[in-house]
Design a protein around this ligand. Structure first.
Ligand SMILES: Cc1cc2nc3c(=O)[nH]c(=O)nc-3n(C[C@H](O)[C@H](O)[C@H](O)COP(=O)(O)O)c2cc1C
Length: 307
């Protein structure tokens, strides 16, 4: 029997557990539409949109380290009001859930953005974890009280699924996630990038124009798996695993740790098979389920936990 790859995630029905992570495709709605046509993609998360437009940082903004990427794009985006029009057009054209990622710096911004974008989205992912933007992301997401307030403000204005994306750059990710869940989050996405830097030894200077950036890709997978495992031990909401997923084995590792769905980011940028990467990951998961005699991925979620 062919395993059923459909998953139910915080009220959304996804045809596959494989989602596109925020940001890696940029804010081009054309590209999002193309990716959404891939039958192995279950949902797409947009690039994070902020209250005010942002130009992003000067080059260099990204480097390939071989074992992962280091980036500090600076969240370039047209601002939520302009992006709303693009999203309205996009939403009519795609057949899978469109999760809108927002990066508010306070509760008021969170309320305004959710109110305005509610009609053009199927759910929200609150990016409280970008490691390289002042007054946004991690600066908000490392304080449980701020996380609680912002999550509650967003919750007030939407009944659609609300995902909170957490950062690995905190002492207790469980404490942050718990604050979000108590304030009404439906699910947790883990993880965003790790705050990092690289130095050019010839120039004797930091490589990135912003000095600090976020590390993604292969190198961070064990950190992501550990955090999903920790969250699964304490939370009763679905977890979406993200961080260095390049193939079906990586995806299954996250699912065994406790993820109900997974997101693919950096691997898209360096995939030799282009967008076929989603089909390859899905095929591998299906074969694994068949080999283990399972009819769907629900039976796999959290199986690595001993009790
Ligand atoms: C170029 C680039 C841009 C990103 N932009 C965003 C973003 O706008 N919002 C966000 O929440 N995460 C963003 N991320 C983080 C990814 O969504 C993901 O959490 C992280 O890269 C770990 O997954 P990966 O190893 O599969 O890339 C970005 C990552 C990269 C590499």
């Amino acid at each position: 029997m062919h395993p059923d790859m459909k998953v139910e995630l915080a009220g959304l029905v996804l045809r596959s557990p494989i989602m596109v992570a925020s940001g890696v495709l940029g804010s081009s709605t054309g590209l999002i539409k193309r990716v959404s046509e891939n039958p192995s993609v279950g949902a797409v998360v947009t690039k994070t949109v902020t209250y005010n437009p942002r130009n992003g940082y000067e080059n260099p903004t990204a480097i390939d380290l071989g074992f992962g990427f280091l980036n500090a794009m600076g969240l370039p985006n047209p601002g939520y009001l302009d992006y709303k029009n693009e999203l309205a057009e996009l939403r009519d054209k795609i057949e899978i859930p469109l999760i809108v990622s927002i990066g508010p710096s306070n509760s008021e911004e969170a309320s305004e953005m959710v109110k305005a974008l509610n009609e053009v989205s199927d759910g929200f992912e609150l990016n409280l974890s970008c490691p390289h933007t002042e007054k946004l992301g991690l600066e908000v997401g490392s304080d449980p009280e701020k996380v609680r307030r912002i999550t509650a403000s967003a919750r007030k204005y939407t009944s659609k699924p609300l995902f909170i994306k957490v950062s690995p750059n905190v002492t207790s990710v469980v404490e942050i996630a718990r604050a979000a869940v108590e304030a009404g989050a439906d699910a947790i996405t883990a993880i965003n990038t790790l705050k990092s830097m690289a130095i050019d030894v010839n120039a004797m200077k930091p490589v990135l124009s912003n000095v600090y950036g976020g590390l993604s890709g292969r190198a961070i997978r064990p950190v992501g798996v550990r955090i999903v495992y920790e969250l699964y031990e304490t939370l009763r909401v679905p977890i979406v695993g993200c961080g260095g997923i390049y193939d079906w084995r990586d995806a299954v590792e996250f699912i065994l740790a406790g993820a109900s769905a997974i997101q693919v980011g950096s691997a898209i940028a360096c995939s030799r098979s282009g967008l076929n990467i989603f089909g390859e990951i899905e095929k591998g998961i299906v074969e694994y389920l068949v080999a283990k005699g399972l009819s769907n991925i629900r039976g796999l979620v959290g199986l690595a936990h001993t009790s």
